[in-house]
Design a protein around this ligand. Structure first.
Ligand code: SAH
Ligand code: SF4
Length: 394
């Protein structure tokens, strides 16, 4: 009997596989508490004891990060063997790992054959580091400056696949068991591939897993979800997750925002700003981050800096000026550094501190969507070579 199919049928987070994708053996790593309970019942644990077993599993998986059932010393050998026969503790396969001279680490992760996402660890100067996770493979939105936007949506990630990105980074950074001191990954940002608010159920479940104090314990206030402005889901995000909100603004008027972030045609600025004002719990210690990518001659004038300040009036806000990260054939250039600083000055004088995000990991192309496309390029050229070799032989 194929238990892998069993559990995914009961699991609303099971990936909706594309045609030709095959299901991997079911791993417990990435499951919610309810799913772990079900898994315990599936291997014959009495319903009354299943909750306790799920708690034990939770601790081993998310506090200790174990990858072998043998390490679960408070669970009997017999039960461990039963679990090992039906399940694994495997993470999705890490297909590529790059480390930048500045310490940024970029991971390319294969979720199922041919379906890949990327995750980036960005150590900060202070004693903190952010892990940038993906919520979708590709994206349905087509922001003109974003490379992910040029890739069609492949699919939503499951909660398990999102949580597994954190687990893989922790494996690599040797951050098990969870400790409260000297952590490398202190923050989570949903700023990788995809639009998190188009996959809110799974994003919300993954945050339940990642933030749980009995496990990885990366708190909700240290987790930021970035959206291009899916207005009807903004309040719900706050209510369900209690996380920090980031908005990819990039323009201060509808004409330009329509062009840069086409979703603006559906949800224009006035509606977006209204929704932001209703984000639960906003105050001076829980501010909204506004991301503003600096595009030379497009949105970087000082008049626009003043407009930005005006637009944000009354909203507890932080501003992140992001130097545009170019990709092959991208239709924009990054603003000159002097211009970014002059723009930042206007914003600073209005009371917003340190707004320029320094480019990180440029040597390993640690920008939205780039590693995946680079690796696809390499694979395409390998295929071409193989085909040519095949023709030679034929
Ligand atoms: N889809 C969500 C989250 C992922 S994008 C969103 O759009 O908010 C994360 C951030 O990277 C967004 O602010 C996005 O605008 C920005 N970004 C995308 N491509 C970029 C590029 N080439 N250079 C700099 N920032 C970019
Ligand atoms: Fe999608 Fe965000 Fe890129 Fe826009 S910026 S295309 S919403 S990933």
């Amino acid at each position: 009997m194929n238990h892998a199919l069993n559990i995914s049928a009961a699991n609303p987070n099971a990936p909706r596989l594309n045609e030709g994708e095959t299901a991997l053996p079911t791993s417990l790593a990435g499951m919610t508490r309810a799913q772990l309970r079900e898994a315990a019942i599936q291997i014959g644990v009495d319903e009354k004891k299943a909750k306790m077993r799920a708690e034990q599993l939770w601790r081993w998986i998310y506090h200790y990060g174990v990858q072998s059932f043998d390490d679960m010393t408070n669970i009997s050998k017999d039960l461990r063997a039963k679990m090992a026969a039906e399940f694994t503790l495997a993470r999705p396969r890490l297909t590529e790992r790059q480390v930048s001279v500045d310490g940024t680490r970029k991971y390319l992760i294969e979720l199922s054959p041919g379906v890949e996402c990327e995750t980036v660890f960005i150590p900060d100067v202070a004693k903190s580091g952010a892990l940038c996770v993906s919520s979708q493979v590709g994206c349905t939105l087509n922001c003109t400056f974003c490379h992910t936007g040029t890739q069609a949506l492949v699919r939503n990630l499951t909660a398990a696949e999102i949580a597994a990105q954190v687990m893989i980074a922790r494996d690599d950074l040797q951050e098990w068991p969870t400790s409260n001191e000297n952590r490398k990954i202190t923050n989570i940002v949903f700023m990788g591939m995809g639009e998190p608010l188009y996959n809110l159920d799974n994003v919300s479940d993954s945050i339940d897993i990642i933030s749980d104090g009995e496990g990885m314990g990366i708190g909700r206030r240290r987790t930021t979800v970035s959206t291009s402005g899916v207005v009807p889901k903004i309040k719900e995000l706050g209510e369900r997750t209690g996380t920090m909100l980031a908005i990819s603004l990039h323009a201060t008027n509808d004409d330009l925002r329509d062009e840069l972030v086409p979703l603006n045609k559906k949800y224009p600025l006035a509606e977006l700003m209204d929704a932001i004002r209703q984000y639960p719990g906003l105050n001076n210690s829980k501010r909204v981050t506004f991301e503003y990518v600096m595009l030379k001659g497009v949105n970087d004038s000082l008049a626009e800096a003043r407009e930005l300040v005006k637009l944000l009036k009354g909203v507890p806000a932080k501003i992140n000026l992001i130097p545009f990260n170019p990709w092959p054939d991208s239709p924009y250039e990054c603003s000159d550094w002097d211009q970014i600083e002059a723009f930042a000055d206007v914003v600073n004088r209005a009371g917003y501190a340190s707004p320029i995000r320094t480019p990180r990991g440029r040597d390993i192309l640690a920008a939205c969507g780039q590693l995946r496309s680079e690796s696809q390029k390499v694979r395409a050229s390998e295929l071409r070579k193989q085909r040519l070799a095949g023709e030679d032989q034929g």
